[in-house]
Design a protein around this ligand. Structure first.
Ligand SMILES: [Mn+2]
Length: 259
């Protein structure tokens, strides 16, 4: 566990959070172990900061798939929303979109399994098909998943937000399409965009805080903060602490990367 401080800008005031203390958490992908560590660290930081208003805790999406603890991650987020000092807001990632698509269409399991969906099913106690292209087995897995999915988890997946704006910041899963006003961004871009956003220098209307594309280190530039450090594979889960005085990166690290 370590924190790294990014100094305030010399040329201009840092972006505003409208007086709010805000934490944003990057892609978790079933790493409930790292999420637990990170949330303890954020709670300590928030307590030490003694904000006037409840601190905002924004999850940037991709809670499920790949790692072993998808259901546990969602349970932890819901528990944190129920009983913690934080006001919790959760954004939709493309992996939550995939989960919802599978609930609608069993045949989509063939595609979902290529992106880690089998681990999500297993975390809910559903045995994924032994043969990835066995459509009858996928139909059975879908029915079992649908029947066993706790109602509060179903509500969580179907109630996820696409974008959250706080002061000078906009929080999204993947990014935004350059040149398109924030209010007119397409859901597909907010959930999926990579190169056209990452290669653009901005500005994007607000400072974009996002995940989705894993990087070795958090990407902190004037116009965007990329917080996906590939927790599933690297064992490093990244958050940003934002307030009117500046930006700080806070990370949880596993003793070793996932096997
Ligand atoms: Mn993603």
């Amino acid at each position: 566990m370590f924190s790294r401080l990014f100094g305030q800008r010399k040329s201009a005031a840092p972006p505003s959070t409208d007086g709010r203390l805000v934490y944003a958490v990057g892609d978790i992908h079933g790493r409930s172990d790292l999420l637990g560590s990170l949330l303890r660290e954020l709670a300590r930081d928030a307590e030490a900061s003694a904000p006037a208003q409840a601190p905002l805790l924004v999850f940037l999406g991709d809670y499920v798939d790949r790692g072993p603890g998808s259901a546990e991650v969602v349970e932890t987020i819901l528990e944190t929303a129920r009983a913690s000092p934080f006001e919790v807001r959760a954004l939709k990632g493309n992996h939550e979109e995939a989960l919802l698509q599978f609930l609608d269409d069993a045949a989509f399991g063939v595609t979902w399994a290529e992106h880690g969906g089998s681990a999500t099913l297993a975390s809910y106690g559903v045995q994924p098909p032994a043969a990835r292209t066995d459509l009858e087995a996928w139909a059975r897995a879908r029915a079992e998943f649908d029947a066993g999915l706790p109602a509060h988890h179903r509500d969580f997946y179907s109630g996820l937000e696409l974008m959250l704006e706080v002061g000078d910041y906009a929080f999204v899963h993947a990014g935004v399409r350059p040149g398109v006003p924030l209010a007119r961004q397409a859901e597909k871009d907010l959930l999926w965009i990579r190169g056209e956003f990452l290669q653009a220098s901005g500005p994007f209307g607000k400072v974009i805080v996002h995940g989705h594309t894993p990087m070795e280190a958090p990407q902190v530039t004037r116009h965007r903060l990329g917080l996906d450090t590939g927790a599933y594979a690297t064992g490093v889960l990244t958050a940003a602490r934002l307030d009117d005085s500046g930006q700080k990166i806070i990370q949880a690290r596993a003793a070793r990367a996932a096997a």
